[in-house]
Design a protein around this ligand. Sequence first.
Ligand SMILES: NC(=O)c1ccc[n+]([C@@H]2O[C@H](COP(=O)([O-])OP(=O)(O)OC[C@H]3O[C@@H](n4cnc5c(N)ncnc54)[C@H](O)[C@@H]3O)[C@@H](O)[C@H]2O)c1
Length: 335
Amino acid sequence: MNPLKIAVIGLQFGMAHIEGAMCCGAEIVAICDCNEEHLRYAGERYNIPGEKRFSDYRALFGRADIDAVVVAVPDQQHRALSCAFLGAGKHVLCEKPMALTRADTQAMVRAADASGCRLMVGQICRFTPAFEKAKELVSDGTLGDVYFVESEYAHDYMKIVDNWRADPLRHGVIGGGCHAVDLLRWLAGDPREVFAYGTHRLLPQVPYDDATVAVMRFDDDTMGKVFVSTGCKRNYTMRTVIYGTRGTLICDNTSPTMTLFTAGEDGMAHEPEIIEVAVNNHNAAREFEVFADAVLHGKPVLTDAREGAKTVAVCLSIIESSKTGKPVRPDYDFR
Ligand SMILES: NC(=O)c1ccc[n+]([C@@H]2O[C@H](COP(=O)([O-])OP(=O)(O)OC[C@H]3O[C@@H](n4cnc5c(N)ncnc54)[C@H](O)[C@@H]3O)[C@@H](O)[C@H]2O)c1
């Protein structure tokens, strides 16, 4: 039994966190949503009684029986809620993207540092089985020296952008593209420079480009590419290809198999190996397990405040480059 006592705020994607926390045996001591219908629905669905349902998150600040909160409200509110709960001495698992501006990510890093509590950003792709396997094959040398890695975030937002997602600050590169950017950072490190092009043809209802392609250079001259399309006409995918000196891996978050090519003694690629993998692109249970381990046992958080902020920094650099037509060097200095 996981003794962590938590509150979940924002009950749409937040329901995945309720399920993830319940899988880990954590106790849900409060749920909160300002929309009464969403609050009632989640309460009934997960058998959470009326006295544990709240419509105003401020009622939770002083509750001594809450160890940690999950912040799953629209991105524009991540800073306000995360900083307030950190200030109230609560550990925070905040949804991705950490925030939409540098000022907000910087403030959240400072709030986490000052609080002594853990702030984890829900970059859930680091818990996707295919990407965990990809990370393993990079780390154990199977692919050799990685010289190019590409990922894409292709998702049709046609029906879900008539709300806070249409905010000019919530550009597709940061909203959904942060998944692909974070994955590249996890696999290859921090890009030192990015260059991007964008175009706007599919989603007339948003005030930003709905397709962007970015190339990037890492410190050791490894190259990277991210493609983001938030209006594409296809099924959701984060197809990712990692090219190394000893092999190449093709994987995805929505496929049950990965394809691995490795070179033999003669330096030529063998027939590919097909690796079976579970499809779980929202592995909230594993994400919560890592969060709980960090809070309860002081274990490291893969995506702590600075990691979340660095991913946003790269996304903002891509957006800037696509607007100015100039290469941009992300600023990773968060104090
Ligand atoms: N990790 C992922 O793959 C993933 C997937 C979807 C969404 N998200 C992220 O999760 C967050 C929520 O997204 P969503 O799709 O659930 O959005 P949504 O708009 O569908 O739902 C947000 C919920 O939060 C509630 N809410 C808004 N402001 C609130 C407040 N101040 N207090 C209490 N409740 C409030 C709304 O009433 C609504 O029920 C966003 O940050 C989004 O980027 C992440």
